[in-house]
Design a protein around this ligand. Structure first.
Ligand SMILES: Cc1cc2nc3c(=O)[nH]c(=O)nc-3n(C[C@H](O)[C@H](O)[C@H](O)COP(=O)(O)OP(=O)(O)OC[C@H]3O[C@@H](n4cnc5c(N)ncnc54)[C@H](O)[C@@H]3O)c2cc1C
Length: 305
């Protein structure tokens, strides 16, 4: 374990209820199961502790990286310098009042989706198979099967990187395709209000079961990945383009273009981040050469090579 600097010790002292670890392998915290060590890795226990940690990080001038469920990131093999804050323990609030559900930014999307279904509230069926947190889902404006976060989210509370509490509603959220205002401001999502629509619980459950079955059939869920590797290029589907170009099964080291779903790069066997990046670059090059289309990665690349 490497020694903490004086500034890092002060940051660690702001954590009294949550967890602090040093040299924490990020492969443990990402669905790709890839990534070198984070210098200082913190899971604040709640929003108050998050505010304290953010103020300490800001005062120390340490670089800050934010993580939810780690399901849309590729962390470099060199790991992450400075402080990495994972928000998965931000579980409060979790309440339903009429058709409004409020939930903490660290709660799993799947849990929120299931809870809504149990309450006879429709609108979050699409989220049942998305493995990240609610905050990560808002940050990405995650979506599937015709639904996305923007259709249900009405208000978000967040904390700025200097530790100020803020809130956003309506158009301030600036939702677009896989985009929200939080990608511009860098604020950390702590709780989310969603307006849902009453429906029969059985009908909601049936839609969720259908989406789950479709995912199991089409997606390589038996391998670690970060879901769709590329954004949908205008006028095309990334997976179809990659499949039609004959790139299914293309391999660099332990990384492979899934033979089941060409839109997924999977960690087939002990892949490094360098393997995944080289494979992504190869796919981009071949698709550009064959179709003149640029495939923009949807997966966020963070940390050092
Ligand atoms: C098998 C599989 C299937 C998937 N299917 C889908 C799908 O159908 N649709 C889809 O859209 N995505 C899908 N994904 C991708 C991923 O699950 C989503 O993008 C998800 O919303 C990411 O959330 P996360 O909490 O894991 O974010 P992370 O991967 O931890 O982080 C992603 C980005 O969000 C930021 N972030 C995370 N939490 C917060 C927060 N609370 N406040 C501020 N910033 C935050 C991080 O800084 C980072 O830049 C899939 C992934 C997998 C592995």
């Amino acid at each position: 374990m490497s020694a903490l600097s004086a500034a890092q010790v002060r940051i660690a002292q702001a954590v009294t209820r949550g967890t602090v670890r040093t040299d924490e392998p990020m492969a443990r915290h990402t669905t790709f199961a890839i990534g070198g060590p984070a210098d200082v890795y913190i899971e604040p226990a709640d929003e108050d502790e998050l505010v304290d940690v953010l103020r300490a990080v800001h005062a120390a001038g340490e670089p800050l990286t934010v993580l939810g469920g780690g399901s849309n990131v590729l962390v470099g093999d060199g790991g992450i310098r400075g402080v990495t804050i994972c928000l998965r323990r931000l579980a409060q609030p979790l309440a339903v009042s009429g058709t409004v559900m409020r939930a903490g930014g660290g709660i799993r999307m799947q849990r929120v989706s299931t809870l809504a279904a149990r309450q006879g509230l429709s609108g979050l069926e699409f989220a049942v198979g998305i493995p990240g947190t609610l905050g990560g889902g808002v940050w990405m404006n995650a979506g599937a099967y015709g639904g996305e976060m923007s259709t249900v989210v009405t208000e978000v509370t967040a904390v700025t990187r200097t530790g100020e509490r803020v809130s956003y509603s309506g158009r301030e959220l600036a939702f677009g395709y896989r985009h929200s205002v939080f990608q511009d401001t860098g604020d950390l999502v702590t709780s989310v209000a969603m307006v849902l629509v009453p429906d029969e619980a059985a009908a909601i459950r049936a839609r969720m079961d259908d989406y789950t079955a479709r995912r199991r059939h089409k997606q390589p869920l038996e391998y670690p990945s970060a879901g769709s590797t590329f954004k949908r290029p205008p006028g095309y589907f990334a997976g179809t383009l990659i499949d039609e170009t004959g790139l299914k099964g293309l391999t660099v080291g332990g990384a492979q273009v899934s033979t089941r779903h060409a839109g997924f790069v999977i960690n087939r066997h002990g892949a490094t981040a360098a393997d995944v990046k080289a494979l992504i670059a190869l796919v981009q090059e071949k698709i550009m050469a064959a179709h003149g289309v640029y495939l923009e990665p949807e997966v966020r690349m963070i940390g050092d090579d």
